[in-house]
Design a protein. Structure first.
Length: 151
């Protein structure tokens, strides 16, 4: 299963041609993801960088994402498929630390010129440390978010 997901993401990345996406270059966006917040900057029409925080009752994740936008899907609603990578630090009062790293693929629907709704799935490695030792686990993580873009 994990090998198939990785193969699918790599295939999408290499087979999709780079297209001119909706004019995103230089735009800044803020948004909410489940369960957290994000700030995004569109470096050019194909690359975006994002800082994010996700919050739960017993831990907090602070991290960054990088997105590569694949060819825009034409239609009445702009669809921007993407692939990317993420790294997060895990902060908690119950463990001494940890990190989360992985790659993902998904799409963002630009329902208006200013509002995007995105969803993705990725293969991640999570490593957590405590005074009793550490544990690492590989698994799938799903993300859902809404971003408001400024011009």
């Amino acid at each position: 299963m994990i090998k198939r997901v990785c193969l699918l993401l790599l295939t999408l990345f290499f087979l999709a041609s780079v297209g001119e996406a909706t004019e995103l270059a230089g735009r800044f966006g803020v948004g909410a993801n489940w369960p957290g917040i994000q700030a995004r900057y569109c470096i050019n029409d194909n690359w975006m960088a994002e800082g994010r925080g996700q919050f739960a009752s017993n831990n907090t994740l602070l991290g960054a994402r990088g997105y590569f936008i694949l060819t825009e899907v034409p239609g009445t609603i702009t669809v921007l498929p993407y692939v990317g990578a993420e790294f997060d630090w895990i902060l908690s009062e119950y463990v001494t630390g940890g990190f989360n790293i992985g790659g993902f693929g998904g799409a963002e629907l630009l329902v208006t010129e200013y509002l995007g709704i995105g969803a993705d799935v990725g293969l991640y490695y999570v490593d957590i440390w405590s005074s009793l030792g550490g544990i690492g686990e590989l698994g799938l993580i799903f993300n859902l978010g809404v971003t408001f873009y400024f011009k």
